[in-house]
Write a protein that binds this ligand. Sequence first.
Ligand code: DOR
Ligand code: ZN
Length: 364
Amino acid sequence: MTVETIFGAPPAPQPEAREAITIRRPDDWHVHLRDGDMLASVLPFTAAQFRRGIVMPNLVPPVTTSAMAAAYRERILAARAEECDFEPLMTCYLTDATSPDDIERGWAEGIWVAAKLYPAGATTNSHSGVTDIAALAPVLERMERIGMKLLVHGETTDPQVDIFDREAVFMESEMLPLLARHQGLRIVVEHATTAETLDIVRAHAGRAAATITPHHLVINRTSIFQGGLRPHLYCLPIAKRERHRLALRKAATSGEACFFIGTDTAPHPRLRKEAECCAAGVFVGASALQCYVQVFDEEGALDKFEAFASLNGARFYGLPLNEGTITLHRRPGRMPKAVPVAGDEVVIFRGGEDLPWSLGEIRP
Ligand code: DOR
Ligand code: ZN
């Protein structure tokens, strides 16, 4: 499959178009690195693109304590190649039993950068998530006081709600009340997928932000059914209608400070994707920057790419900007189809395609 087969040929490059772009090294503010063999296989791809990554805690069992997070961080550091300077930023998986004191201790110890709120049952390994967000108030008040960010998977778990409406319903029924109750809490709406979510984030810019994935900028819900069912395009939140994809592209390329990279790269073995019940997740870790920069190029917004990739997220998190640069070239590069993992493989988003942009040099 190519993007062209879904959306038609991209606009021809402008005559004065740039052949390369160099930006401050970017960060991935939403990444699933998994553990064990999978971690070893996928980490090099994220580390080749990003200086830091917010590591999602939905392992089995979930990363609910600072001791678990510290041990997981060590496993990630140990899986890095010798010269690799990728820095994992750890998150706490919130449950109904999370205590404000534990949160504050892990924050004071410098282990947590943020906490992740999964509504119980919303997505992969979220069964231990939160069943009643209002009851989490003591934890959220403590986070508000110490300045710890809240990262939200914004989908309702009500099985009566149509899967394509789950984000919209969550934003109205949970996110707006949450923003009203905790006016000092800084919240990242993860993997935003609707135009209305983007507007809610804009209306609360300064204390709310959103990550936007590469795949939600490239595919819409029809792509998942293009010529047959395409399990490797199934993720949560599921891709929405074309008007939402266009709104996401406009937001990402706008330069607005409340929008930044979060790839949500979520690898699953091919056997778990091409299965009777397909696991949710797109492995975009190998093609993320190439996809993002292509979108900025197509939108005539290469001058806004650095803000989205390397500035807005760090500023929202109150972290220093990275030193060093990465260069991307407008030079076709064949993306490998899949990455081998322990007797199976993980299919890469847009794997097998000749992508118009390629990764170039990193200067630390
Ligand atoms: O598609 C998804 N996959 N969405 C999530 O929220 C979780 C992720 C995963 O961990 O596989
Ligand atoms: Zn995720």
